[in-house]
Design a protein around this ligand. Structure first.
Ligand SMILES: *Cc1c(COP(=O)(O)O)cnc(C)c1O
Length: 368
């Protein structure tokens, strides 16, 4: 749905949280934040209605959302989200990484889920509004960040099946510790053959909770098999690799070529796109094409594939040491992380944390 009634600027009203944590309490959380467990003092809330467009932008105390039990999202899962990080730079500024790409992806997700498109300026303004209230929640220890979670869902109380005419957009944020506090460790991956996460014409390319709901039973199977994550295949032939539950996959060939699956049911990762750009800058060839599971298995067995990794905002880059299926496994669970994998990871995080020059102009300042 196009949003025809959008005013050109958003004036957020700010309501301070009277129960905001004291500096000491916050410091205690920031010393060991974990992931997704603690939330900042405030949240952003913008309303949308079919008649009034986007309106009532607010920064208010973080807290429960009142929902009518008939709210469409609870019945038909009309919901989308985004995920990005705010990084504390050495000069004290707070920066985010390619937030316009998150804004555009949220617009594409919105189109697929018949939700209203939030203009890019509003998306960026919403991040800045939250940071204005909660800047002190951006940690400064190495490899820590503030994980920002924008999301939008159908709030209209109506059990008929059609796109909702009342929607809310929110932004919450959660301090995040280093994903691999003891150093980056390669993981084992479970190949799901009983379940798909998305199919042709489905929602695979949208960042929506429904895709995660579809992945959870396979993810539980992965844990049972001693694996950290699950790899999904295409739903039609069960032959081509797609992605993990929430991360994209890259294979590195002996000649230095990076290969990543292309499919209409894969979520287009911003971390993936950035990593491939950095590799291309170094002269590596990059192939985006269909990749069969046999190419992975045979390639690792023959030595033609030398490294495999997964990437996404939360963990940045995760080396994959072993792929395990019902009747096979390839790789070695104890193998060290690949050299190129680790050096691309280092380069990307150096840019994100302001340790090297941002030559692609990927950073956007949020605190000014
Ligand atoms: C968010 C997400 C990714 C990774 O995207 P980034 O922009 O790199 O964080 C990959 N796959 C799925 C299914 C996702 O939801």
């Amino acid at each position: 749905m196009k949003n025809l009634l959008a005013p050109s600027t958003l004036e957020f009203t700010h309501t301070k949280n009277p129960a905001a944590l004291a500096e000491m309490e916050r410091a205690e959380i920031l010393a060991d934040p974990g992931f997704g467990k603690h939330f900042t003092d405030h949240m952003v809330d913008i309303c949308w209605s079919a008649r009034g467009g986007w309106h009532r932008p607010r920064v208010q105390p973080y807290g429960p959302i009142a929902l009518d039990p008939a709210a469409a999202v609870l019945h038909y899962a009309q919901e989308i989200f985004e995920g990005l990080k705010a990084y504390r730079h050495p000069d004290g500024s707070i920066q985010s990484f390619r937030p316009e790409a998150n804004a555009r992806r949220m617009q594409r997700s919105a189109v697929r889920l018949a939700l209203p498109e939030l203009p890019t300026e509003y998306f960026i303004a919403s991040l800045r509004a939250l940071i204005a209230a909660d800047a002190d929640w951006v940690p400064d220890a190495p490899e820590t960040s503030l994980y920002i979670r924008p999301f939008m869902f159908a709030k209209e109380a109506f059990l008929g099946v059609r796109p909702a005419e009342k929607v809310n957009y929110y932004v919450i944020a959660s301090p995040a510790g280093a994903y691999f506090p003891g150093g980056v460790t390669p993981v084992s991956i479970w190949l799901s053959t009983d379940y798909s996460r998305a199919g042709r014409g489905g929602m695979g390319a949208a960042k929506t909770g429904g895709n995660y709901a579809a992945s959870l039973v396979a993810q539980a199977e992965a844990y049972d098999q001693g694996c950290a994550q699950v790899l999904f295949l295409d739903s039609e032939e069960g032959r081509y690799i797609e992605e993990l539950g929430g991360m994209n996959v890259v294979l590195v060939k002996k000649d230095g070529t990076l290969v990543t699956p292309e499919s209409s049911s894969i979520l287009e990762g911003i971390t993936l796109d950035s990593i491939l750009q950095l590799a291309q800058d170094r002269g590596h060839a990059v192939e985006r094409r269909r990749v069969s599971i046999d190419e992975w298995k045979d390639g690792v067995a023959s030595g033609d594939i030398t490294e495999v990794f997964a990437c996404g905002t939360a963990a940045v880059v995760t080396p994959i040491a072993l792929l395990k299926g019902r009747d096979f496994s390839v790789g070695d669970a104890d193998a060290p992380a690949g050299e190129l994998t680790m050096s691309l990871r280092q380069e990307l995080t150096d840019i994100q944390y302001g340790r090297v020059a941002d030559r692609h102009h990927w950073l956007t300042r949020l605190d000014a």
